[in-house]
Design a protein around this ligand. Structure first.
Ligand code: FAD
Ligand code: FES
Length: 289
């Protein structure tokens, strides 16, 4: 089943059949489709996190880093609503999501078997801004399950010639999701591995050295507390920063208003946006601290 829900802009599809990794692909405009996708593989990478690969050619060819999908995990009314997940990887006609089991929907997803099907709506959201000449090194700062979109982003930025460095934080070594990532620096609250402190503490510590590689730009996803601390730090240091936020979501396409959040407005006040449409990635300057 394939529905085209919106087609407000042309989709500049390419003939590339494999991993979408170019800056051009970060600029692709998406039209949103709702398809019945087959699970092709499941790969547990920790006690509660599983990478689930789904055959979704129409989404794979449109997706850019920072997009997400809204998934109806089964045919029943429990759970009733779809659940949103960042696109972790795009390969050929498949996308993968990295799901942390925290409740009914994510447990069903993490326990799904190859061959099962689910309804997948996407690609949703605006995605991270395509790379440009304003920076040489991309710092991908993430924490917890916020690391999920970083593999797709790393590959795309690296293919456009950027240095990519991950700064990944967690409470303890077991919370770090380094799966398939390159060039990782880690920080843990308990010092069990890497730097003792938060990801932002590590960024502060390493900043003088990182600045030697030319202009920086930060891309981030993680817990709200981390994103706020990071946004504040980047403002102080005058480093451009984009953050991918989470909120409660229902429809994922701007209908239910379940994802409204308050952000800074250009006039100095605040305004309300729908995160599913104007996010989930926003300029960190817009984050209300
Ligand atoms: C844009 C976006 C991208 C996301 N990407 C990912 C991803 O890549 N991987 C991933 O594992 N998760 C991701 N999430 C979060 C994921 O959608 C939720 O974990 C999921 O909806 C929970 O569903 P559930 O039925 O398992 O839990 P529920 O039964 O709905 O909730 C279980 C418990 O978790 C709490 N909870 C629910 N959602 C969240 C949340 N977002 N943050 C914190 N606590 C929550 C509930 O309040 C409740 O206490 C994303 C969310 C958004 C908005
Ligand atoms: S999730 Fe329904 S409007 Fe955003």
């Amino acid at each position: 089943m394939l529905y085209y829900l919106t087609a407000k802009e042309n989709c500049s599809t390419t003939d590339k059949p494999f991993l979408l990794t170019t800056a051009a692909n970060m600029q692709k405009k998406s039209s949103i489709v709702d398809i019945t996708a087959t699970v092709t593989a499941t790969n547990p990478i920790s006690s509660d996190v599983t990478v689930i690969t789904l055959h979704c050619p129409e989404i794979a060819e449109r997706a850019i880093p920072g997009n997400f999908v809204n998934i109806k995990v089964n045919d029943s009314t429990q759970p009733l609503l779809r659940r949103p997940f960042s696109i972790h990887r795009v390969q050929g006609e498949t996308i993968a999501i990295m799901a942390k089991s925290i409740g009914r929907g994510t447990a069903i997803l993490c326990n799904s078997l190859p061959g099962s099907t689910m309804q997948v709506l996407g690609p949703l959201g605006n995605g991270f801004t395509p790379p440009d000449s304003s920076f040489a090194t991309a710092l991908l700062v993430s924490g917890g399950i916020g690391t999920a979109p970083m593999f797709f982003l790393e590959k795309t930025l690296a293919a456009s010639g950027k240095n990519v460095i991950h700064i990944i934080g967690g409470r303890s070594s077991g919370d770090l999701l380094l799966h398939n990532l390159s060039n990782c620096r880690t920080a843990t609250d308990d010092g069990s591995t890497g730097f003792l402190g938060t990801a932002v503490d590590l960024l502060r510590h390493d900043l003088p050295e990182l600045r030697q590689n030319g202009p920086l730009k930060v891309f981030s996803c993680g817990p709200n507390a981390m994103l706020r601390a990071l946004a504040k730090f980047c403002r102080e240091q005058n480093i451009p920063c984009e953050v991918s936020l989470e909120s409660v979501m229902g429809c994922g396409i701007g209908i239910c208003y379940g994802c409204s959040i308050e952000v800074n407005a250009p006039d100095g006040g605040t305004e309300t946006i729908l995160l599913c449409r104007e996010g989930a990635v926003i300029n960190a300057e817009r984050l209300v601290l």
